[in-house]
Design a protein around this ligand. Structure first.
Ligand SMILES: Cc1cc2nc3c(=O)[nH]c(=O)nc-3n(C[C@H](O)[C@H](O)[C@H](O)COP(=O)(O)OP(=O)(O)OC[C@H]3O[C@@H](n4cnc5c(N)ncnc54)[C@H](O)[C@@H]3O)c2cc1C
Length: 469
């Protein structure tokens, strides 16, 4: 084949990139292209932090492609229309891309395949964003798994693809029109958060640092808010700055060198990578989770509409130190520790009784790693409406959670500086009614014990009502 397009999407890297590797091997010349969306301003599924991370990663990718002898072409607008036009202009015989795991990406791919057929270019779609996708992990009766543990066992038994060689040479024909590289100006937005360095090189450094010095202790420290013992690779996996095959392979190699206890810590990490794929396959098989509860018993349940309470939660002014620390970490960095995500999500749904979809959407607009499948899965898990076994009656207590996972209140004090001088034990217990933990900090906006009872009642009532329908 003389010419092919490679459409970059969630795979912004040259190392171990399945579709790019195939395009470069199959065609004499390759036109790497990124199609900038027309989105301006508000969006349910993304926000400024993610767009900035994307722009910086694209800038780095453009530089890497240039070093490899090619040129990254930018087009803007409807992806299918732009790819079809570009294929026509450049006489490309095929469009290569890596499949996107979410339902929006899937629609675009199906349409591109139809247009390719009419216009006469081949469409080559590759698996790349996960180790196992779609129908690869099914029960004995060929049904999708709805519960994590048996899914993870079946997942672990399957053979895994190995990484492919890095692309080091790309030959792009000259004279192809390109839009300017996108910046936040493209969408007229700006960010206030301090996000992590973007791009493939920064992501690879994070991966190496974690494998070298974090993996062996991961299981022991992953829940501790104050220790920062997680990999911080979620945004890199989200944008494909690192490949899941390479990450998995490097974990596997490292684990072979570790003694039993450390190997167990490390296998906890692999377990988290499986959660990511579990939620991807939930979304693939049950796309309706984006609109309503995964658990049919709680579909249509009525939540409290309280915009003022929601605002206080978003602003980190609930009067619950650990909740406020998480929400402020999110606003200031576009990231929140997993334990804090669970605590804040449970607080919104079980203490304030606000619809998980409101929290889901707020997280998506703030998180640099915002991923439709993982975020929806995490929210439904926390709300007690989701796949797998966090039943609605398991309600975390924010006070005991912070005592357990931030015993010296290091995390709380980092993100809620007005509490810096308050002794840790005062930050893990509700003040007496009408009192405050500190003069310059709000009193808790609700009483956890009372709201817990209300939540239990609300869920039980609805569950019983749906059982008799
Ligand atoms: C309410 C809620 C919302 C969430 N939203 C997102 C989201 O939008 N995007 C996202 O990537 N993760 C999300 N998670 C999962 C998890 O919180 C983050 O993946 C994790 O905090 C990222 O930090 P890390 O890379 O240091 O994670 P590590 O602990 O180092 O985990 C390694 C990798 O495993 C994956 N992972 C870890 N935990 C989970 C999980 N529970 N579900 C799915 N994948 C997981 C991530 O890709 C992560 O990078 C959410 C969890 C909850 C409870």
């Amino acid at each position: 084949m003389k010419r092919a397009l490679h459409w970059f999407r969630r795979d912004l890297r040259l190392h171990d990139n399945t579709a790019l590797r195939q395009a470069v091997d199959a065609a004499g010349k390759v036109i790497p292209v990124y199609v900038i969306s027309d989105w301006k301003g508000e969006h349910r599924w993304t926000g400024p932090n993610r767009q900035e991370f994307l722009c910086r990663s694209l800038a780095e990718l453009a530089g890497r492609i240039e070093q490899a002898g090619g040129k990254l072409i930018f087009r803007q607008g409807n992806a299918v229309r732009e790819l079809a036009l570009l294929a026509k202009e450049t006489k490309a015989e095929a469009v290569y891309f890596n499949r996107d795991p979410d339902p929006f990406g899937r629609e675009v791919e199906e349409e591109l395949a139809r247009v390719g057929e009419t216009q006469g270019f081949a469409v080559v779609a590759c698996k790349d964003a996960c180790l196992h996708e779609r129908n690869e992990v099914l029960t004995g009766s060929a049904e999708p798994y709805r519960v994590f543990t048996p899914y993870s066992r079946a997942w672990a038994k399957l053979p895994k693809d190995k990484p492919v060689a890095k692309v080091t040479r790309i030959r792009t024909p000259s004279g192809i029109r390109s839009e300017p590289r996108p910046t936040l100006e493209t969408w007229r937005i700006k960010i206030d958060a301090e996000i992590l360095p973007a791009g493939e090189e920064a992501a690879r450094k994070r991966m190496t640092a974690f494998i070298t010095s974090g993996l062996a202790s991961y299981g022991a420290v992953r829940d501790r808010l104050d220790l920062g013992g997680t990999s911080r690779l979620s945004q890199d996996l989200r944008y494909g700055l690192i490949s899941i095959r390479e990450l998995f392979e490097r974990c596997r190699e490292k684990m072979e060198t570790l003694p039993k206890e450390q190997r167990d810590n490390a296998s906890k990490y692999v377990g988290e990578l499986i959660w990511r794929e579990f939620y991807q396959q939930i979304l693939w098989h049950f796309p309706e989770v984006l609109e309503d509860s995964f658990n049919p018993r709680f579909r249509g349940m009525r939540w409290t509409d309280d915009p003022r309470a929601f605002e206080r939660w978003c602003a980190g002014e609930t009067g619950f130190p650990v909740v406020d620390a998480g929400m402020r970490q999110l606003a200031q960095t576009g990231f929140m520790h997993n334990r804090a995500r669970m605590i804040t999500a449970m607080f919104l749904t079980k203490d304030l009784h606000i619809d998980w979809r409101e929290g889901e959407s707020y997280f998506m607009r703030q998180l640099t790693d915002g991923d439709i499948a993982s975020n929806n899965g995490g929210w439904q898990w926390s709300a007690g409406t989701g796949a797998d076994a966090a039943p609605y009656f398991r309600i975390q207590n924010p006070w005991t959670q912070s005592a357990r996972f931030d015993p010296d209140a290091v995390y709380i004090k980092q993100w809620v500086p007005e509490l810096r001088d308050v002794p840790a034990e005062k930050l893990h217990a509700a003040p007496a009614p009408g009192l405050r933990i500190s003069r310059n900090y709000p009193a808790p906006m609700v009483d956890h014990a009372t709201e817990r009872e209300r939540a239990l009642e609300m869920f039980a009532k609805y569950r019983d009502a749906t059982a008799t329908r």
